[in-house]
Design a protein around this ligand. Structure first.
Ligand SMILES: *Cc1c(COP(=O)(O)O)cnc(C)c1O
Length: 225
């Protein structure tokens, strides 16, 4: 495993696909998904200039945060149970997996107690696969209308996971769908809601995702193989 070479290659692809979309790599946040990585490997990434890391388990965030602290911005990208919010609300900058009003209420309550504001992305099950978490696309707008009064939960965008397919071209339609939905939400001008971030694209398909408008990509295995 050569983390530096993997990171360099990832950044090159990000730059190319951003250019294809009239942007530059500066417009794209690389969230290094470190769920398979040790804290030593994470430190190596940090020393190479990575500033955002994503983890999918609460326990991993608490364990690794203890060692690495605030050198990086932490993203919770995996399914989040309400009863575990309290363990990470003081550590994470972003939660990508907001998928219910009840979860939002819990984040609001816990973040309120420490006077913190947590940036959240609504997870959307854009492909409709039964195995996936996330709101149905048709439920997103009415859900977001309920967020106006939150003080500690700020919605900053949408997140999705495309189905895993051999040919990443097949994921394009899903990324395009999420972008369209974000554009529609933006046009609603809802209070406390911005559509600054589209979190889509993983190792297999982040190139296509960026071409379709992603500005947060969650790349794991490509960095650690
Ligand atoms: C693991 C994971 C990723 C990264 O996937 P890779 O294929 O390893 O790049 C991205 N997003 C979520 C939600 C994940 O759980």
């Amino acid at each position: 495993m050569n983390i530096a070479a993997n990171l360099k290659h990832t950044r090159e692809i990000i730059e190319e696909s951003a250019n294809a979309n009239n942007r530059t790599s500066e417009d794209i946040i690389l969230v290094a998904v470190t769920k398979t990585a040790s804290t030593e490997e994470m430190q190596e990434l940090i020393d190479l200039g990575v500033t955002h890391v994503g983890e999918s388990k609460v326990q991993e965030i608490t364990r690794k945060y203890e060692i690495l602290g605030d050198q990086v911005k932490w993203h919770m990208i995996g399914h989040l149970q309400k009863n575990k919010v309290k363990y990470i609300v003081d550590k994470v900058e972003y939660i990508h997996s907001l998928d219910s009003y009840e979860l939002a209420l819990e984040i609001e309550k816990r973040a309120g107690r420490i006077n913190r504001r947590v940036k959240c992305l609504m997870e959307v099950n854009i492909s409709g696969e039964e195995s996936k978490y996330g709101l149905a696309p048709s439920a997103v707008k009415s859900m977001l209308e309920k967020f106006a009064e939150f003080q500690h939960v700020t919605i900053v965008g949408l997140m999705t996971m495309a189905p895993y397919v051999e040919d990443p071209e097949e994921t394009r339609q899903y990324f395009r769908g999420l972008k369209l939905l974000a554009d529609e939400v933006r046009d609603m001008n809802l209070k406390n809601i911005s559509m600054d971030y589209l979190s889509m694209g993983m190792s297999n398909d982040f190139q296509v995702a960026i071409e379709e408008g992603a500005n947060m990509v969650r790349v794991g295995s490509k960095l650690f193989t």
